[in-house]
Design a protein around this ligand. Structure first.
Ligand code: KE4
Length: 430
């Protein structure tokens, strides 16, 4: 099946004249895989319809939010109804309390939640809160983890930052960078060494409890618990960046999945139902350090925007009421995993697959992918061929080896079989 990209190419050329790189977020630019970004016209359920009339099975789902499929009726209708009553007031509205109460009831160990407009804002605000609450300046992040594009995080960041081989971005001052310490994912000794060398100076450790920005990387057994223990011993706050995993891997996210306690949890993506929403949450004594109650300032004109809250509330209500959803998602992802393994082995393709719940990634690597270093050893030339081959088969996956696939409940088993068959066909030519 040859996919025609004529209109996407023309639209991209036009976009490049007025938008840097023709995109509003670098990872969309196909720089890591080459070729022209696909311009989408509309989407419904598990399918994208691009500007050239191609129908694609979507495994990015807006990088996570569309866990129930595109144009999910209850979300669309909620936004339409809300918009008729005004789109933004800069004043408190009841719906903000409604979604806050629901989120607090779904996620363990949080009493209060503050809504913002992106995952970046959520993580940026969370470390400011941690610094304000503890009175300490330094933070620990993990090489390859991505927490958005605020200065403190663009140090060996994952996702788009690593895709372009510039994990340390220009514009981040040495003054900022010095307060960000780097540990190695799944290596508790690297964390111990930092705590030892910076006694009494570290405010928090921020982690993707299941990494999704260097491909999908599960925490090794005991790693997160060991991290929790170290934070307790050293009076350091543990921040779970659940922008990707929150409301995706379980109703209560990874705190529920792993039965573990974070001090601050960050959200994005799913919580907004596809509209711009981020959030961060914690127990009351921490959250009350935030203005206007406490001294740590954080604000936003469109934070708690009624349309975004309506989309998020409709999304969370469905997730909260459908007790079988997360099992269905995990089963569909396990089915893909089994199918991929079978066909890739038949084609003698060197690979490894990582999977947690409805997050999965295929790495064309010889050894297990457990951190940024082993993820970066994946064969990117093979990945590029794989990406474009899958696209030609009508399957849209992330245009970077440093991303994860996001499974949506809208995918049918027929879609899954089509995807497995595409992997078999594409890699048979390798
Ligand atoms: P946003 O500011 O993009 O809403 O969220 C930042 C963020 C924070 N934490 C985690 C774990 C994340 O995955 C993200 C954003 N994820 C990327 C995809 N890997 C967003 C895609 C993009 O940059 O366009």
């Amino acid at each position: 099946m040859f996919m025609n990209y004529k209109r996407s190419s023309a639209l991209f050329a036009q976009a490049e004249k007025v938008i840097p790189g023709g995109v509003n977020s670098p990872v969309r630019a196909f720089k890591a895989v080459g070729g022209t970004p696909i311009f989408v016209k509309e989407a419904k359920g598990a399918y994208l319809y691009d500007e050239d009339g191609n129908k694609l099975i979507d495994y990015i789902n807006s990088w996570g939010p569309m866990i129930l499929g595109h144009a999910y009726e209850p979300v669309v209708n909620a936004v339409i109804e809300k918009a008729k009553k005004g789109t933004s007031f800069g004043m408190p509205t009841e719906i903000e309390t409604e979604i806050a109460e629901l989120a607090v009831s779904m996620v363990p160990n949080i009493d209060k939640i503050r809504f913002v407009n992106s995952g970046t804002e959520a993580c940026m605000s969370a470390i400011r809160l941690a610094r304000g609450y503890t009175g300490k300046d330094k933070i620990v992040k993990f090489a390859g983890c991505y927490h958005g594009h605020s200065d403190s995080f663009l140090i060996q960041a994952g996702s788009g930052a690593v895709t372009f081989g510039s994990p340390n971005s220009p514009g981040v001052t040495q003054g900022t960078a010095k307060d960000t310490l780097l540990a190695k994912y799944n290596d508790i000794e690297s964390v111990k060494a930092l705590l030892e060398a910076n006694k009494g100076e570290i405010a928090c450790i921020i982690i993707e409890p299941v990494a999704g920005n260097m491909g999908c990387i599960p925490p090794k057994d005991g790693f997160l618990q060991a991290l929790r223990n170290l934070c307790d011993i050293n009076n350091v706050l543990l921040i779970f960046d659940e922008v990707m995993t929150g409301f995706r891997l379980a109703k209560g996210g990874t705190q529920e999945l792993f039965n573990l306690k974070a001090d601050i949890v960050c959200f994005g993506k799913v919580i907004g139902g596809g509209l711009p929403v981020g959030a961060f949450a914690a127990r009351e004594e921490i959250m009350n350090y935030l203005a206007p109650v406490g001294p740590v300032y954080q604000a936003g004109t469109l934070s708690g925007n009624p349309l975004a809250m309506a989309a998020g509330l409709a999304m969370l209500k469905t997730l909260n009421n459908d007790s079988e959803l997360f099992n269905r998602l995990a089963e569909k992802t396990a089915y893909l995993h089994e199918g991929f393994t079978k066909v890739l082995n038949e084609n003698n393709i060197t690979h490894t697959i990582n999977r947690v719940g409805s997050m999965i990634s295929i790495h064309f690597a010889e050894e297990p992918v457990v951190d940024f270093e082993t993820s970066a050893k994946g064969n990117n030339e093979t990945f590029k061929k794989f990406f474009h081959g899958m696209l030609q088969e009508g399957i849209y996956i992330a245009p970077s080896a440093f991303e994860t696939w996001f499974i949506t409940d809208a995918l049918s088993y027929e879609d899954l079989n089509t995807t497995i068959a595409a992997v078999k066909k594409v890699t048979s030519k390798f």
